[in-house]
Write a new protein. Structure first.
Length: 560
């Protein structure tokens, strides 16, 4: 008997025997539900045998048989009514547990979020993709009507989504492309570090989404609920179905603020801030200006995260302000990093360490922020080391800049497109899905081992566009992505260490070393970040004008 917990109310398994009932009672279950018809298998005990053994064990029993592969809407409603009325926790079984989980999933539709239902089922080892449309339709069997059909569907209208749509249209303006995104606003997120450092105003980093989308795309202003890649369908909230010939997935990632206990209750007050949110970056600068003495903490969660240099960029710009204002000596600065190194590409570490020493910042590696109490101005970190099992470290603060834990969006993590870790599973060279040939992904949501930055998306978009066009028979061959990412590390106001690298930490500088040596702080790199990159972003990358990137088809023998 392999008991698989779905949630606190119910667990499931395959066929059980009368002899299993005492163990189920000892495990704390109160009710047994049989979803397997009598006589379905030659090795199957009859329900009355289960019922009799359950009675002796003090368990309540119910018989709700459903034929394999024939779970009706009425069956699901009946299961929901039954589950609501019985003593819990309940235990349901059929031949493998699948029917029981299907009944539970359909019965919870409309009560629980779709992603929560799919995640609970997936966590127990059950794939509900075959009934995802029914779950999205409040547990009822929907019509098979398609609400829209497009040559290319792009999920996500962030940097990657708009760039790839524009790159596709630059190659073939006649393409019928739909972009799906529920947002009204588009943000230039790389600018938020400079907002938190008092260089940019927040309004400099925001525009309406309608103003930056390519004119020729169809904007579907809706949230994605699920994917049905076997049917070439994207399912929207409300059970609308959008069909595609080819799909590009790039919805970004999820900032999981709730993973740090107490954090959501104190963000934006009590000295707790983060440049990872548009509305909080100005608060960062306010705190930096007001702090004259005390303790300033900066945190970084486990990888992967969006722009791995951003947590320490906040430290550098804050410390530089305190240095220039003459208060640095009165402020205790510490960088609490869940990882074991300052920066993942060792070539840039010496230059960064020079600034860590200049600012007198203490480095605390293998410390992960787990809780914050804003009113008490206290943070707690879980310390992981070779010789301890996870010590908790308490640290007071006057200001704390938090980088939140980050994951793939819920609707991605529970989808057939995801790998075991929840990221879209692509070939790291072609960015094509490993299982579904008409699906590509780029940006933060995919599992290629590259840095998650806007600069990476700038390089990826033309490559995905070319590879997709080649798949349509209109391209010049398949191109490979080299893992390029860029992180302009703002080590002080007016100077940047321009880290540019690809897969395996290989250095991939865009400029000759005599012009910009990325391993040293550079005034020209600061000029690039402050003055050049924002207009390049709005007027070049989002317009399909592929600046400093030219996809080159690789030879067939390399691909094979």
């Amino acid at each position: 008997m392999d008991i698989k917990k779905i949630d606190d109310e119910i667990s499931v398994s395959g066929q059980i025997a009368p002899g299993d009932l005492p163990a189920l009672a000892a495990a704390g279950f109160k009710t047994i539900i049989c979803n397997r018809p009598d006589g379905e298998g030659n090795d199957q005990p009859l329900f009355h045998e289960i019922e009799e053994a359950a009675r002796e064990a003090g368990l309540e029993t119910h018989y709700l048989p459903v034929d394999s592969g024939k779970v009706s809407d009425e069956d699901a409603v009946g299961f929901g009514v039954l589950l609501d009325g019985v003593r819990k926790p309940a235990f349901a079984f059929c031949r493998t547990g699948t029917r029981s989980v299907t009944l539970w999933s359909l019965s919870r539709a409309g009560r629980l979020p779709l992603t929560q239902i799919l995640s609970a089922a997936k966590g127990a080892g059950y794939d509900m993709s075959a009934v995802v449309r029914r779950i999205a339709n409040q547990g009822k069997t929907p019509s098979e009507e398609i609400d829209g059909h497009f040559e290319v569907v792009v999920v996500g209208a962030g940097s990657a989504g708009i760039a790839v749509a524009s790159s596709l249209l630059s190659r073939d303006p006649s393409l019928d492309i739909a972009v799906i995104d529920p947002a009204d606003i588009h943000y230039y997120q790389p600018g938020w570090t400079l907002v938190g450092g008092g260089v940019f105003e927040a309004d400099d980093t925001v525009r309406t989404l309608s103003s930056v989308l390519p004119e020729k795309v169809h904007w579907i202003k809706a949230a994605v609920a699920a994917f049905e890649p076997e049917r070439n369908v994207v399912l929207l909230e409300g059970c609308r179905a959008i069909q595609y010939q080819r799909l590009v997935v790039c919805p970004g990632l999820k900032l999981d603020w709730h993973k740090v206990e107490g954090l959501v209750d104190t963000l934006g007050k009590n000295g707790v801030t983060s440049n990872y949110r548009f509305d909080l970056a100005p608060y960062t600068w306010k705190l930096v200006q007001e702090l004259k003495s005390g303790s300033a903490l900066f945190t970084q969660p486990p990888m992967p995260i969006k722009c791995a240099g951003a947590p320490q960029k906040a430290l550098y710009l804050s410390a530089d302000h305190w240095r220039r204002s003459g208060t640095l000596g009165d402020i205790d600065i510490a960088f609490y990093n869940a990882g074991g190194v300052l920066f993942g590409v060792k070539d840039y570490v010496p230059a960064l360490m020079a600034y860590i020493e200049l600012y007198g910042a203490a480095l605390q590696f293998n410390h992960n922020l787990v809780a914050v109490d804003g009113p008490k101005k206290t943070a707690w970190f879980r310390k992981q080391g070779e010789d301890d099992g996870g010590e908790t470290v308490e640290r007071p603060f006057d200001m704390i800049h938090v980088c939140p834990p980050q994951t793939a969006p819920d609707f991605i993590r529970v989808s057939p497109l995801a790998d075991q870790a929840g990221w879209v599973d692509v070939d790291q060279n072609t960015l094509r899905h490993k299982s579904f040939d008409n699906v590509w992904a780029l940006g933060d949501v995919m599992n290629a081992p590259n840095a998650k930055t806007a600069a990476a998306a700038r390089k990826q978009a033309p490559i995905v566009a070319q590879n997709l066009m080649d798949d349509m028979g209109r391209g010049r061959g398949v191109s490979h992505y080299d893992g390029y990412g860029s992180c302009p590390l703002t080590v002080e106001r007016g100077k940047i260490v321009l880290a540019e690298f690809g897969y395996g930490g290989k250095l991939l500088p865009s400029f000759p070393s005599w012009l910009v040596d990325g391993k040293k702080p550079s005034k020209l790199a600061w000029l690039l970040k402050e003055k050049i990159l924002p207009p390049v972003y709005w007027g070049t990358m989002l317009k399909g004008r592929e600046w400093l990137v030219k996809p080159h088809p690789v030879k067939a023998e390399i691909i094979n």
